[in-house]
Design a protein around this ligand. Structure first.
Ligand code: NAD
Length: 266
């Protein structure tokens, strides 16, 4: 990415990311700091807008409108979750789709369905990059995703489908979770329940990708997969921390660079 940013700047294109955080959620603060640090590391200009938890929806919309017009900003990221009095959907819809580096705007979500997209949500994109870089073939494979959120599970399913995987999405109402996961050649866990996917649920030789980030009472970070037991049966597995987390940030940088090109052209 560093090399790409350098080349971009030589073409006279300067990528810029605006990160907006409302309130003082400690996890959000950690994520925002990592995003800013990644920008610094690879030479992307960034601006942070840290707003108080009392910020009104109208005030936030005003900021988004300003950033939509701001010439040195190519990507806008509003860190979720927002305080309860702010409607996330209204805020996401207000972001210019060409600056929507999280790919949460309905226009970008729709494009992902068609398979013709500019931006892909960072976490599922990071998962795909890990699969690709590890030389794992998706076509024809049984892919089981656990979790159906708009930011991970659903777009992940589309991306695996575009690579010709046979995709199953499991969720909180799935009746035969262990049985379904056992069929999978590729498992993507995005539930938010510490270590719920255990080694006995995994098929011998399966690829296991753990999106979950859960902090236990003793402050230890663990994924949705029980690493020690799953590692014994998997042919490849991602750790937590590490694995998908850093990839998410790398994909955000990739989307910001892409946004800089798109906004320059438009
Ligand atoms: P979410 O809470 O929006 O969705 C969780 C999903 O899990 C839901 O669709 C629900 O149906 C499903 N689920 C709940 N209980 C289940 C059960 N018993 N069996 C099967 N499915 C069940 O969560 P999210 O935003 O998709 O995040 C999931 C996890 O991934 C969280 O731990 C989150 O912190 C982590 N996350 C990590 C990154 C990263 O960068 N690595 C990014 C986003 C989210």
């Amino acid at each position: 990415m560093k090399e790409e940013v350098k080349n971009l700047k030589q073409e006279g294109i300067n990528p810029g990311l605006a990160v907006v955080i409302v309130g003082d959620d400690p996890a959000s603060r950690v994520y925002v700091n990592s995003k800013k640090k990644a920008c610094e590391e690879i030479g992307i200009y960034s601006e942070e807008y840290a707003l108080s938890a009392k910020t009104t929806q109208d005030e936030l919309l005003e900021l988004i409108n300003m950033l939509n017009e701001k010439k040195d900003i190519s990507g806008i990221l509003v860190q979720l979750p927002l305080p309860e009095h702010i409607d996330e959907e209204i805020i996401i819809n207000a972001i210019n789709p060409k600056k929507d580096v999280d790919a949460f705007h309905p226009v970008n979500v729709g494009k992902i369905m068609f398979g013709n997209y500019d931006f892909v949500p960072c976490t599922p994109a990071g998962v795909m990059e890990l699969i690709k870089e590890s030389g794992i073939e998706v076509a024809g494979k049984e892919c089981v995703i656990i979790g159906r959120s708009n930011i991970v599970g659903k777009p992940q399913a589309m991306l695996l489908l575009h690579e010709n995987g046979t995709v199953t999405i499991c969720h909180s109402k799935t009746k035969n979770l262990a049985e379904t996961v056992k069929r999978a050649d590729i498992v993507v866990a995005a539930v938010g329940k510490p270590e719920m996917i255990t080694g006995d649920m995994i098929k011998e030789g399966a690829v296991v990708i753990d999106v979950g980030i859960n902090r236990l009472e003793n402050k230890k970070l663990v994924g949705d997969v029980h690493f020690e037991s799953a590692e014994k049966v998997a042919s490849a597995i991602t750790p937590v921390p590490g694995g998908v987390g850093p990839m998410t940030i790398a994909m955000l940088m990739k989307n910001t660079v892409k946004a800089a090109r798109i906004n320059r052209e438009s």
